[in-house]
Every structure is written in structure tokens, then in C-alpha cells.
Ligand binder design. Structure first.
Ligand code: HEC
Ligand code: HEC
Ligand code: HEC
Ligand code: HEC
Length: 334
């Protein structure tokens, strides 16, 4: 990035620069080169933290620890008008509502849904956002506390465990000072997860039906003025569902917000389907054909996606690009 400038770097792709990858997550992703001091090398992360009034240089090491993870475990998109530069869309804030407001005012979409013609927003792993509003964040419990806890070596010297992995494996070091037993915590997490998963499956089913109902309306000659409300409702409901589901570990990080997002998505998609039912009735459409999407294979068939072709294309890329031109670390991860 230093050599090409941010614009030049942003305009490049994996074929242009893949051979430069020498590791996946390296010391200098989180530290000032050759030092234990924390750093935030990605310019879009520097900008984003300033937007939410947490400029990196002004934070203590506790918040800085979470921010280094938040360079990657965060929602972002590529700005098409800016050479596909990475942008973290937090000008109005980092909640689902304020990010949606940013995208809506820019009339941004990632793609037009081929079935319903909805201009879709895509959420990408907003772990930092969800953690930042949690009870844990308020107590100064960060990503580091749970995923990189302080550990002691054989001589009894304390150090930060750099094997970033499952937090529950660290229960003794990371949780037991505040929470009773590991078994009780496992039960609690299972219960929260089951509740969130059930809500998500319900929203997914409603969303799929809405996409096909919109298709039936378009096929019957619906116009944009007729469809506007329901298409916006699909966009907003799918955004909230995605902002919850794309957040890895949501059930542990901020289950309350997860439930609120899915409840709001249910409300929005129900409203959208009611609006669609009115349009369908105006157009005298009596029956909507919903495909069978009860298994992954059937869902793929319904949209004409051939998984084997996608796998073949990926294998060809690995054979022609990765194996010929990339450093072996790209295949092992370390
Ligand atoms: C994903 C981010 C991340 C990466 C990658 C990373 N570190 Fe760290 N490192 C941290 C955090 C967070 C701390 C704790 C800092 C604090 O609490 O002030 C830390 C602490 C340290 C410390 C201080 C001693 C200690 O144990 O707390 C050293 C030394 C260190 N890291 C070296 C390295 C080296 C060398 C690498 C590469 C092999 C590396 N780190 C990779 C995030 C990272
Ligand atoms: C440079 C980008 C980057 C940074 C910085 C980063 N991560 Fe990740 N992290 C990733 C990617 C990419 C994956 C997915 C890897 C995969 O699927 O193979 C991942 C995966 C994980 C996982 C799942 C690991 C597993 O075994 O399933 C955890 C937990 C995690 N990261 C926590 C953290 C924490 C905590 C920090 C900060 C100390 C951090 N990450 C910093 C990019 C990053
Ligand atoms: C209170 C402790 C806690 C905090 C704080 C925390 N996590 Fe987690 N995280 C967990 C637990 C528990 C899970 C569920 C799976 C596990 O045991 O790691 C999890 C899951 C994850 C996963 C998914 C891993 C997978 O295998 O699916 C990622 C990625 C992750 N956390 C990253 C982060 C990041 C980044 C932060 C800070 C912004 C953070 N976590 C803050 C406890 C925590
Ligand atoms: C410094 C104390 C502290 C540490 C360390 C800590 N927690 Fe917590 N945890 C809290 C507090 C405070 C709450 C909020 C309790 C409440 O609101 O009733 C909480 C709540 C939770 C909740 C319920 C979340 C919700 O919103 O309902 C879960 C799950 C949880 N913690 C898991 C963990 C796990 C797993 C770890 C270790 C990986 C951990 N915590 C480490 C203090 C801590």
C-alpha cells in the first residue's frame, strides 16, 4: 500500500497481488513493527474509529486491543465510485439503523436480487459493532480478555496468549473471575443460540416467500410505485437478518441485540408481505408458486446454481494462480 498508494492498492485484485501474501495475520497487523506497542495499520479502520469518536491514538490499551481485532472483524464494503476502496460505513454510527441510513441516503446496493429485484445490502461480520454495545464492553471485557487471555509460562511469567481461538476453551483464565461454572455457561450459551437460530430460520422462510411473491407481482405487470413499499421492506428486513447472522459469535457477544434485530426483521418482512398481498390482489394474482427449498440441493436447483461448476472454477484458480505464483503460506494459513 505504501508503494502503490491507497487508490492503486484498492484497484488491484488477488491475481495482481496474491503473490505478495507472506502470511495471513501477522505481527505488524496489530503491532508497531518490531515492538509490543499496538497499532492500527489499516487506513479504513483508522478512519472508522475516528467516525465513532474512538480515535485509536487516544484509547487505552484495553480499547486498542479490541480495535486491532476490529480492523477485520467489522462490517465494510468496497466503494465502487472510489476504485473499490474499502470503507467502513460508520459516518452516522455503527448500528444496523445508522449503517442502513448511510446506505439508503447514498442509494447504495451490492446487487439487484434476481428474483424480487430488491436492491440488496450485504452485512459482513460485524463482531466489533456487536461487542461494542455489550455488557462486557461496558466492563472493559474485550476480544483480548476472552480470545487471547493472559496466561503463565512454566516459570510463572504472565504473557498474552497469541493462539487466537475458541473463548470457551479459555473458560478458567477468561471467564471464571466473573462467571460460576463452565457447564452452566455452556448450557446458557446453547439456550441463547437455539433461540436466535429459531428466530433466524423463521425470518429466512418469510424472506424467501416475499422474494417469490414480489416476482409474481412483477410477472403480472406490477409497477415501481406499486412495489416501492414492499421492496424497501424486503431490503431492510434482509439487512437486519444479515447484520445478525453474519456476526460470528453473536449469541455470546450480544444476544440481546441479536434478538432485537431478528424481531425487527420479522416485523418489517411481515409488513412487506402484507403490502405484496395487496398488490397481488390488485393484479388478480391468486396463486404464488414457491419452489421447494427444503434442502440445500433443492434450494440450489430452484435458483439454477450448480455447485460443482463453482467448485471447478475455484480449483482451476488454485491450480493456475495459487500453486504457480503464491507463497506456500497462502495454503497453510501461517
Ligand atoms: C491479532 C492481533 C495480534 C497479532 C497478529 C499479534 N499480536 Fe502481539 N499482542 C496483541 C495484543 C492485543 C497484545 C496485548 C497488548 C496489551 O494488552 O497491551 C499483544 C501483546 C504482545 C506482546 C507483549 C507481551 C505480552 O505477552 O503481552 C508481545 C511481545 C507481542 N504481542 C508480540 C507479538 C509478535 C512477535 C507477533 C507476531 C508473531 C504478535 N505479537 C502478533 C495482539 C496481536
Ligand atoms: C488481518 C485481519 C484479522 C485480524 C486483525 C484479526 N482477525 Fe480473526 N480472523 C480473520 C479471518 C480472515 C478469520 C477466518 C479464518 C478462517 O476461516 O480460516 C478469522 C477468524 C477468527 C476466529 C475464529 C477462529 C477459529 O478457529 O474458528 C476468531 C475467534 C478470531 N478470528 C478472533 C480474533 C481476535 C480476538 C482478533 C484480535 C486479537 C482477531 N481475530 C484479529 C481475520 C482477522
Ligand atoms: C465475553 C467474552 C467474549 C468477548 C468479549 C468476545 N468474544 Fe468472541 N466469542 C466468545 C464466545 C464464548 C464465542 C463462541 C465460541 C467460542 O467459544 O469461541 C465467541 C465467538 C467468536 C467468533 C466466532 C468463532 C467461531 O468459531 O465461530 C469470532 C470470530 C469472535 N468471537 C471474535 C471476537 C471479536 C473480534 C471480539 C471483539 C470485538 C470478540 N470476539 C469478543 C466470547 C467473547
Ligand atoms: C469482568 C467480568 C466478566 C468476565 C471476565 C466475563 N464476563 Fe460475561 N458477563 C459479565 C457481566 C457484567 C455480564 C452482564 C450480566 C447481566 O447483565 O446480568 C455478563 C454477561 C454474560 C453473558 C450473558 C449475555 C447477555 O447479554 O445475556 C454471557 C453469555 C457471558 N457473559 C459469557 C461470558 C464468557 C463466555 C466469558 C469468558 C470467555 C465471560 N462472559 C467473561 C462479566 C464478565
Amino acid at each position: 500500500m505504501k508503494e502503490m498508494g491507497i487508490q492503486g492498492f484498492s484497484g488491484s485484485n488477488f491475481v495482481d497481488l496474491g503473490h505478495e501474501i507472506k502470511s495471513v495475520v501477522y505481527c505488524s497487523d496489530c503491532h508497531v513493527d518490531g515492538s509490543a506497542e499496538l497499532a492500527l495499520p489499516r487506513p479504513h479502520a483508522q478512519d472508522a474509529m475516528a467516525k465513532i469518536k474512538l480515535p485509536f491514538d487516544k484509547q487505552d490499551s484495553t480499547m486498542q486491543g479490541a480495535q486491532v481485532c476490529g480492523q477485520c472483524h467489522v462490517s465494510y464494503y468496497f466503494q465502487p465510485e472510489n476504485n473499490n476502496k474499502v470503507n467502513i460505513p460508520w459516518i452516522f454510527g455503527n448500528t444496523a439503523d445508522t449503517i442502513e441510513k448511510y446506505y439508503d441516503t447514498r442509494r447504495f446496493y451490492e446487487w439487484i436480487h434476481p428474483i424480487s429485484k430488491t436492491p440488496i445490502l450485504k452485512a459482513r461480520h460485524p463482531e466489533f459493532e456487536h461487542w461494542s454495545r455489550s455488557a462486557h464492553a461496558k466492563k472493559g471485557v474485550t476480544c483480548i480478555t476472552c480470545h487471547m487471555p493472559e496466561t503463565k509460562d512454566e516459570q510463572g511469567n504472565a504473557f498474552t496468549d497469541h493462539k487466537v481461538a475458541a473463548a470457551m476453551d479459555n473458560f478458567e483464565q477468561a471467564c471464571s473471575s466473573c462467571h460460576g461454572s463452565k457447564a452452566a455457561m455452556v448450557t446458557k450459551l446453547d439456550k441463547i443460540k437455539a433461540n436466535i437460530d429459531a428466530k433466524a430460520r423463521n425470518v429466512e422462510s418469510l424472506l424467501v416467500q416475499a422474494h417469490y411473491e414480489a416476482k409474481a407481482a412483477w410477472d403480472a405487470g406490477a409497477t415501481w410505485p406499486q412495489m416501492n413499499d414492499s421492496i424497501m421492506a424486503i431490503r431492510h428486513a434482509q439487512w437486519r437478518w444479515d447484520f445478525a447472522m453474519a456476526s460470528h459469535g453473536l449469541y455470546a457477544h450480544n444476544p440481546k441485540e441479536g434478538v432485537e434485530l431478528l424481531d425487527k426483521a420479522t416485523e418489517q418482512i411481515t409488513y412487506g408481505r402484507e403490502a405484496l398481498a395487496r398488490v397481488l390482489s390488485q393484479l388478480s394474482v391468486e396463486k404464488v408458486e414457491y419452489p421447494d427449498y427444503s434442502t440445500k440441493e433443492k434450494a440450489h436447483a430452484a435458483i439454477g446454481f450448480v455447485e460443482a461448476d463453482a467448485v471447478k472454477a475455484k480449483q482451476a484458480f488454485i491450480k493456475e494462480e495459487v500453486e504457480k505464483h503464491w507463497h506456500p503460506v497462502a495454503k497453510t494459513g501461517y
